[in-house]
Design a protein around this ligand. Sequence first.
Ligand code: HEC
Length: 198
Amino acid sequence: MTRILIAIAAILGGIAAFVFSGVYDVGADTPHWPITRKIIEVMRDRAIAVRASDIRVPDLSSDQLILKGAGQYAAMCVGCHLAPDTAESEIRPGLYPQPPNLSKHALDPQTVFWVTKHGLKMSGMPAWGLGHDDATIWSIVAFVQKLPGMSPQQYKDIVAKAPPDEEMKAVDGKADEHGHEHGAAPANKSNPGAGHSH
Ligand code: HEC
């Protein structure tokens, strides 16, 4: 019994020494060991699969929805996830793990919804659900489903036609003006907490 306690104390002491020593390199330019990376990837994929599998996917085929999502994507995602007309960005090479190129990799709508809404810890992938309602996130999902098949010209055209991102408008004050003109708050503002994903 005492031996077991001594062994446990030694292991905990070892872990504490490792944590406090500062030997672990937190730099994003130092890759994980392959085994660490594998464990994190499996854990991430399983965590997403378990949470995303029972999300009910609404009809994503409406052109209006896809168009709205295009504006959101161009404003919030393209720097990290690229687009048919954007092969690289300033921020992307330094991100670790690397964000997938969503103009090339098709993912199922449940995964895209869950990850976009909740983000991914310690990766740089933000939880967009903190500032956007589920309807807005579904519009992004609808657009992301269309991305892999799109040509650079089609991408440019759809983004040019898309309604501007609400958040961006709010930042430069136009959303306010618009709201006052019509005597109402801007439509479609986020509604946190409404519509749980499951
Ligand atoms: C600051 C950079 C950044 C921005 C901006 C960003 N992401 Fe990500 N995203 C990441 C990173 C990094 C990962 C990879 C995380 C990993 O591999 O664990 C990721 C992963 C993902 C994944 C993949 C999940 C999987 O299972 O492979 C999806 C889908 C995604 N992001 C959607 C979006 C959408 C949609 C937006 C815009 C609303 C967005 N992201 C904006 C950094 C970003």
